[in-house]
Design a binder for this molecule. Structure first.
Ligand SMILES: CC(C)(COP(=O)(O)OP(=O)(O)OC[C@H]1O[C@@H](n2cnc3c(N)ncnc32)[C@H](O)[C@@H]1OP(=O)(O)O)[C@@H](O)C(=O)NCCC(=O)NCCS
Length: 214
């Protein structure tokens, strides 16, 4: 069994840690967090230590101790910046899938993505790297999700939906079939998206409307 290093030590990271342990693939976990400038400055998380800031991922001793690493933070841009750095440092970037989630055998998930409890990913869905498929979300057949996408708990994506890189689909939102969402989009909690959304917008409500920029 491998040891897993998690970048981030917040609430999301703790869900990633417990999901990783539930797969039976990992024997031990440690966290890095930029609030920690050295060992033992942040309390243990779930009984596992916080051993340094993100930069400690490059330390030779830590590289030797941990075979796999994941970025367990909500900020998609930072998540995607760190994934190639971790790969270059020699870590495996696992895909972590909770045993109660359904991943179609014909679906594909990129490196460093996580799928939490009771999520369902259906036939031929294609999902990029560093994605978060959160608790109980569903991504239906032929969906195409870019790198760093976060589908929040309970959100529902119908068949053939496309979501651009780093977009964030809020808790309980839904999207009808064949909708195309751009990159860096935020869809609000509970929104119902029935029209395509361009890059960079925030959309809320039923049906979803783009919020004016400040
Ligand atoms: C969409 C969202 C990001 C907007 O946040 P914001 O930019 O701070 O926007 P504000 O709170 O200033 O709201 C702007 C307007 O949109 C409305 N609004 C915000 N979120 C809304 C939502 N989810 N549904 C409907 N209307 C919403 C507000 O009522 C406000 O309307 P008003 O101008 O008429 O008063 C946020 O409200 C949201 O829904 N986040 C999702 C949270 C989530 O899913 N968390 C799960 C984490 S795993």
């Amino acid at each position: 069994m491998a040891s897993l290093l998690l970048l981030g030590a917040g609430g999301h990271a703790r869900v990633v840690a417990e999901t990783a342990l539930s797969t039976g693939r990992f024997s031990s976990i440690a966290f890095l967090d930029d609030r920690c400038s050295g060992p033992a400055q942040l309390p243990d998380q779930l009984g596992w230590p916080v051993i340094g800031p993100f930069s400690a991922a490059h330390d030779r001793q830590i590289c030797q101790q941990f075979q796999a690493a994941l970025v367990a933070i909500g900020n998609a841009t930072v998540r995607l910046q760190w994934l190639p750095r971790l790969a270059a440092a020699g870590y495996e970037l696992p895909v972590v899938i909770h045993p109660t989630a359904w991943l179609s055998p014909s679906a594909q998930l990129g490196a460093g993505s996580v799928v939490f409890a009771q999520a369902a990913i259906q036939a031929q869905a294609m999902i990029g790297s560093g994605a978060i498929l959160n608790t109980g979300c569903s991504v239906d057949h032929d969906a195409q999700l870019g790198d760093g996408v976060h589908i929040c708990p309970g959100a529902r994506l119908a068949g053939e939906v496309q979501v651009g890189d780093r977009s964030w689909i809020g808790i309980g939102a839904s999207m009808i079939q064949q909708i195309c969402i751009g990159a860096d989009v935020t869809v609000g909690a509970g929104a119902s998206v029935v029209r395509d959304l361009p890059d960079g917008v925030t959309a809320v409500g039923v049906p979803a409307r783009v919020l004016p920029t400040a």
